[in-house]
Structure formats: structure tokens, C-alpha cells
Design a protein. Structure first.
Length: 133
């Protein structure tokens, strides 16, 4: 996972900052915080995109997290990109719906930033292992 870049897509500044602080405890990681799914999709679409994982909320302005994840998974080069969802969504069907569209993990709010960080590390390690010779 050396040199990993994680994108946090969260419109609530306090949540974004809490996650950012937790992730920066991971050695050799860079964190980019974006407030909208549209900004994140623009970044992911750029030719020089080197994003290693996405952590996103579901309830965001203009495009919710479900559509955001579906759009990421529609891009062949991002079909295996780790996606973690953190959300206050209380619908009991949310975890199953997220799994069906390709999210790797779901943490309902309130969540433990340490648990989210641990899952992120596990997903990044798995991706690194897949790419090693």
C-alpha cells in the first residue's frame, strides 16, 4: 500500500476531518477530501488518476452515494477500486443494496474511525497483494 491515495467524499466537514485524521495515521498515505460526488467522479475520470480507495457518504447534495458508486463501477478501470461507505442511512436494506452495487464495506453512523481505518488498511493490503508479482 505504499503511496496510496484515498478520496473521502463527504459534505459534512466534521465527518470528513475525523476520517482524514484517522487515515493519516496510516503510513505513506495521502488523503483528498471532496464535498461532492461530481468532484470525485471528475477526479476518477482524469487520465492520471491514482486513487487507491474511496470512502463516501450516501446522503450528499445533487448525487447520492448509491448513484456515485454505480457510476464508479460502470468504469472498467475502477471495477476493483475499494469503496467504503459511512452513512447515517437507517434503512435496513441499505447494506444489501450497497453490496449489490459493489461497495466493499458499510459503516453506519455513529461509526468508529479506527474501525473504518482498519477496514481501509485491509482493503488496500488486499489490492497490493493482487498486484504483487
Amino acid at each position: 500500500m505504499p503511496g496510496a491515495t484515498v478520496v473521502i467524499v463527504e459534505d459534512a466537514a466534521t465527518c470528513a476531518t475525523t476520517l482524514e485524521m484517522a487515515f493519516l495515521a496510516i503510513p505513506d498515505i495521502a488523503v483528498t477530501v471532496l464535498a461532492t460526488a461530481q468532484d470525485a467522479l471528475r477526479l476518477l475520470a482524469s487520465a492520471d488518476c491514482a486513487v487507491s480507495a474511496v470512502v463516501t457518504d450516501l446522503n450528499m447534495p445533487r448525487m447520492d452515494g448509491f448513484e456515485f458508486i454505480e457510476r464508479i463501477r460502470a468504469q472498467p478501470r475502477h471495477q476493483r477500486l475499494p469503496i467504503i461507505v459511512v452513512s447515517g442511512d437507517t434503512d435496513p436494506g441499505t447494506p444489501e443494496r450497497l453490496a449489490s452495487i459493489g461497495a466493499n464495506a458499510f459503516f453506519p453512523k455513529p461509526y468508529s474511525p479506527a474501525q473504518v481505518r482498519l477496514k481501509l488498511e485491509q482493503l488496500l493490503d488486499a489490492v497490493s497483494a493482487d498486484h504483487s508479482p
